[in-house]
Design a protein around this ligand. Structure first.
Ligand code: ARG
Length: 585
């Protein structure tokens, strides 16, 4: 059992609580501000109400009840906190042993075991611009998918493409008028947006264009073969473009079925809403009132417009029902920003249907909108719009230039990389800069993007973490030259006696907690923040102590073991964030 779980269980016993509650205790454990106060703290105020005792009293009682064991050296009350001191030697051996035994799974919990989780993310629109929100959704969604899968959930990655809607009327109109085969082949995504924008502009001068676009979309909805073939082609070419970028980022999806795929199930669902008496007609439209259940002033959920067209919300209702029928999910997450009202309306409308139709499982309460803040300042030389491909190119090129400048400035000189490898490193560093930026704050925070800041090798950046990893790999290269290897037997780990070493082990012990918080709060930031602290604690250790010293082979090998464990956890966390761990930069 992991040490933190062990501590929680001991506390649980001391409180005479059933073992099931030890997870709650584990989640509440914190780290005291300094080592003199202890290694692990349990804040007692949360229990005051339940136990009808002052927090300080609870802490004192607990302190007397806790018996030292192999891992817990002593317990003291410090105001409302119960502080625990660990047996450094045993704790250190256990943490490093656990990492060595299962480097790839260290830190994972089984919190999601046996549960299916649908994760709806990225979801760009075809023939409309891919904007910052899609980029951030792609990144946050991919991180959550990896983090939740690591915690045992069976994750279904869903790219609910915006591949249906009146924009296609405009695009098809424009295509029939100005269509250029070569341009479509060469740059489908951009070109379709251009067509859409051009037709839209024309419609502002000439209102009949809107009418023609509308009737073209109607023909598409009715299954007109010629129009349908065009739509299919536009969709496929766009998807090819998106997939190229996803592949570049190492992201894949289990399904690309979007709005068009659910379209045929929308009318029956609207009928169900009507029959259950949940939806009603209002000025020719069909709506579900939701302000009553949401307890705030919010527009109704519109399922059908007065012109008879179904809506984005109706499609999402039908889609959610379909997902439930297929997967019986434990959770259904939508990583989408600035659509809080839309999702509140959809979930509330479904909740009303659940009550009216007496569903055995109230699954709408398992649907969550994972929203996030705005990113300001992300642009490329090509302009203000965020073209994902262009941003990635820019990141790679800037990382390459930045690395070249650094290599020139550094007296020691970086390891010379072959040209192909240098490109791969630049690509990885550029991506790290970009991807880490998105998770360097909690997701609801609005961010200001700055190319120079995200590429720095110092500070809270992706390249900083990669650099820490590369530094550790460098230590192993050096150790190989000196003929030193990490220790496989835990015996000599007692050589790791300094506070810096202990603090690093303590950080390694905290990995599972960070992962659990990330999963519970749907916050990849928790992992990012943890890795940043881990790298910082490592750097402090590394700056104060000599790892490799041939005159002290036993200590050196013990320290190598510590470095190896740290590198393994850092690599595991970077992987969860989709950032490549590099051996040299
Ligand atoms: N395509 C939508 C947009 O770009 C996002 C779709 C999110 N997923 C959903 N099920 N509504 O705004």
């Amino acid at each position: 059992m992991q040490i933190t779980a062990h501590i929680a269980q001991v506390l649980c016993n001391a409180l005479a609580w059933p073992v099931e509650r030890s997870a709650q205790i584990e989640a509440a454990l914190t780290t005291p501000p300094n080592l003199a106060l202890g290694d692990c703290a349990f804040p007692c105020f949360q229990l005051a109400k339940e136990l009808r005792l002052a927090p300080n009293r609870i802490a004192q009682d607990l302190a007397t009840k806790i018996q030292p064991d192999r891992l817990i050296a002593s317990a003291t009350a410090e105001g409302p906190y119960l502080n625990l001191f660990l047996n450094r030697r045993n704790a250190l051996g256990q943490v490093l042993g656990e990492i060595r035994e299962s480097p790839a799974t260290y830190g994972h919990t089984d919190m999601g075991r046996g549960q299916m989780l649908v994760l709806d993310f990225s979801a760009p629109n075809i023939a409309k611009p891919f904007h910052f929100g899609h980029l951030r959704s792609t990144n946050l969604g991919a991180d959550l998918a990896r983090i939740l899968a690591f915690q045992g959930w069976e994750v279904l990655r869903k790219n609910y493409l915006g591949d249906w809607g009146t924009q296609f009327g405009f695009v098809i109109y424009a295509w029939q008028k100005w269509g250029d085969e070569a341009a479509l082949e060469a740059r489908a995504i951009d070109y379709l947006v251009e067509l859409y924008v051009r037709a839209n502009r024309e419609s502002e001068q000439d209102p009949s264009v809107r009418e023609q676009a509308r009737s073209l979309f109607l023909r598409l909805e009715q299954g007109d073969a010629e129009i349908r073939a065009l739509w299919t082609r536009f969709r496929e070419l766009s998807l090819e473009g998106f997939t190229r970028t996803y592949t570049r980022l190492g992201i894949s999806f289990d399904s690309y079925d979007g709005e068009s795929a659910i379209n045929h199930k929308v009318q029956p669902v609207i009928q169900r809403f009507l029959q259950a008496g949940v939806a009603k007609e209002s000025l020719g439209a069909i709506v579900v009132e939701v302000s009553d259940v949401l307890g705030r002033d919010i527009a109704p959920c519109m399922l059908q417009k007065s012109d008879g067209a179904s809506t984005y919300a109706a499609r999402d209702c039908a889609e959610a029902i379909d997902r439930w029928e297929r997967y019986q999910f434990g959770a259904n997450l939508y990583v989408v920003s600035r659509q809080e009202d839309h999702f509140a309306q959809v979930f509330a409308a479904l909740g009303k249907l659940a009550v009216a139709e007496k569903w055995p499982v109230n699954w709408p309460s398992r649907c969550e909108n994972i929203s996030f803040g705005y990113v300001r300042g992300m642009s490329t030389r090509k302009g203000e719009a965020v073209w994902l491909e262009a941003v990635l190119d820019e990141a790679r090129d800037r990382a390459g230039r930045f690395r070249a400048q650094r290599a020139e400035a550094s007296a020691r000189g970086a390891i010379a990389l072959a040209a192909g490898e240098a490109d791969a490193v630049s690509e990885a560093v550029g991506q790290a800069a970009l991807l880490y930026f998105d998770v360097s704050s909690r997701r609801m925070t609005d961010l200001s993007f700055d190319w120079d800041a995200v590429l720095q090798f110092e500070g809270n950046t992706g390249p900083y973490l990669q650099y820490a990893h590369a530094r550790m790999s460098g230590i192993f290269r050096k150790a190989g030259e000196l003929g030193l290897t990490a220790i496989d037997e835990p015996g000599d780990l007692a050589m790791l006696g300094t506070d810096e070493e202990w603090l690093l082990v303590q950080k390694l012990r905290g990995y599972a907690g960070a992962l659990r918080r990330a999963a519970e709060l749907r916050e990849p930031f928790e992992v990012a923040h943890y890795l940043y602290e881990l790298a910082s604690v490592f750097n402090t250790f590394y700056n104060r102590h000599v790892v490799l010293d041939v005159t002290e082979p036993v200590r050196s090998r013990a320290r190598l073991t510590l470095v190896k464990a740290t590198r393994s956890v850092l690599r595991s966390g970077l992987q969860l964030l989709g950032i490549r761990a590099l051996d040299h930069m």
